[in-house]
Design a protein around this ligand. Sequence first.
Ligand SMILES: O=C(O)CCC(=O)C(=O)O
Length: 327
Amino acid sequence: MAMHERLRALAAEARELWVPSSETVERRSCIGLDPHSFFRDFVARSVPVVLEDGMDEWAARANWTSWTGLRSAVGDSTRVSVNYTPAGLGDHVEHGVFVKPERRVMEFAEFCRQLCEKDYSAGVPYLSEQNDSLRLELPALMADVIEPRFAPAAFGAEADAVNLWIGDEASTTVAHRDYYENLYFMVSGSKQFTLLAPTDLALLERKWVQQAQYEYDAATSEWRTCFEPESPRIPWITSDITDAAALRVLAPEAPAVRITLRAGEMLYLPCNWVHAVQHVASSAPTVAVNYWYSRPDYFISPVHVLTDFVQQLALSPDVAPGGQSVY
Ligand SMILES: O=C(O)CCC(=O)C(=O)O
């Protein structure tokens, strides 16, 4: 059996023994959730879970759910970093090149105006810097959020980053995976998460691609793609995992797990799970905060060793879908 076929068989088996479906993904209350149970039931097994009742004490749940409240919490003249793209696709592969959004720094009031008026004339704005943006750019807002008590003990680490996400349905985060354990909190509005297990990676189309960055030329109203010849090529998933019909053809043994995350809910997304994220349209702001944790080596369980191995195999040329080279 060719390596690709073996990985397909592994993905199917993993689904029987380990990976939940959209219907069986667990929802659990945070009330009384201790670090040991969270670690045992989800972190050690690398299984996503939606946690409820965990944000009841967050001032953000009262203060950030209207445009007026959000603007008064952040401050109209506070400067924030915003990512812009021509069509709302964040980091993604276009014409065989990995393109990153253009980062602009602006007053928060102007960012809110563009979102409220749907003014995308100079690109689609998404406040989505993943550089510890909440702690670094808006430290005063940290008083409105509370890290769950069970998290640092369960992950064996303090959070590496606390990120803020504000956008609307014009923006989409395409399929990718992160090396972080992710606690994703929906403060206002809803988002649709589409997830695939790490063992499904080999079933998806992947490419090693050159990196580039969008640049908008205000004088001509045109977008340019500026190549970064110094940056290394990176592996990136090019399948659209939100397209259920296409996924059924590509990876029949891997139906995606779909979760609608609503205001007040948090998602534990284990590292290496493939995910794509879409906004659910709303007149209220769509705001989320996520905590990223790097797992220390002594927290690695056999399931992590297995999934790391599958990731390495999936990125080697001889296991590309259909036997074609991904390079
Ligand atoms: O909310 C989003 O648009 C993307 C979130 C995400 O990819 C992440 O938290 O890793």
